[in-house]
Design a protein around this ligand. Structure first.
Ligand code: PEP
Length: 249
């Protein structure tokens, strides 16, 4: 049985004070939750506030990106060991907004994923097709290529420690969710890639989260699909009640 992971990506929202007040309201709402792992990813500067607020709870804290070097003259960057030292346990890698606005590629995704693993973090590696790619019938090919270049070169041991998030770009922040069937089909394609490269057991153990306009109203239908092992949530994770109702699907 794959334990679901419900992860929240706060993107560039919330100050340290807002971070603390979120956790004050959120933690009591998910205190009894043991059916899934819960992860919240604030901006870098608020990692310490989030780690402090979540201490002793069932909520883990992650970053939204990292650089692949451990330290050095890389102005503005943050490394895996720094995230781990701040108390983070997870890190999102290759989010479509990073690919779209900051030149992230499958090659950088691979380097960052390895760097995260070397720092003992769990990378949440994002893949997904654009609307144009879906409408021209290229979804499976795009996912296979992203898997091949960004994930396939990992060792079996490394692969066993990652999470994948399938995030169709057309569904992120648009209010347009993939239907449970469309999402499940993409997850099946990704699991097939995993099976071909890493074998049956690794593919069966792989947890693939769905991301793209997940809300309290649609999470149940998505999570009813056996292929879907959790969610990566953007907009709907910013309010404690909303994210708690997603977590407690
Ligand atoms: C995301 O940021 O990963 C995401 C899926 O955003 P939203 O839920 O707002 O579509």
């Amino acid at each position: 049985m794959r334990k679901p992971v419900m992860a929240g990506n706060w993107k560039m929202y919330k100050t340290a004070a807002e971070t603390t007040s979120f956790f004050e309201k959120f933690l009591p709402l998910v205190r009894d939750c043991s059916h899934c792992e819960i992860v919240i990813c604030p901006v870098f500067v608020n990692l310490p506030a989030a780690v402090e607020a979540a201490r002793g709870s069932n909520v883990r804290i992650g970053a939204q990106d990292l650089f692949w070097e451990t330290e050095g003259a890389y102005t503005g960057e943050v490394s895996g060991p720094m995230i781990a030292a701040a108390g983070g346990s997870h890190v999102i890698v290759g989010h479509s907004e990073r690919r779209q606005y900051f030149g992230e590629t499958d090659e950088s995704v691979l380097k960052k994923t390895r760097a995260a693993l070397n720092a003992g973090l769990t990378p949440i590696v994002c893949v997904g097709e654009t609307l144009e790619q879906r409408e021209s019938g290229r979804t499976a090919g795009v996912l296979a290529a992203q898997f091949d270049k960004g994930i396939g070169p990992l060792s079996p041991e490394e692969f066993g420690r990652i999470l994948i998030a399938y995030e169709p770009v057309w569904a992120i922040g648009t209010g347009r969710t993939a239907s449970p069937e469309i999402a499940a089909e993409a997850h099946r394609v990704l699991r097939e890639q995993a099976r071909a490269r890493f074998g049956e057991e690794a593919a069966e153990n792989l947890r693939i989260l769905y991301g793209g306009s997940v809300k309290p109203e649609n999470v149940k239908g998505l999570m009813a699909q056996p292929q879907i092992d959790g969610a990566l949530v953007g907009g709907a994770c910013l309010k404690p009640e909303s994210f708690a109702s997603i977590v407690n699907f």
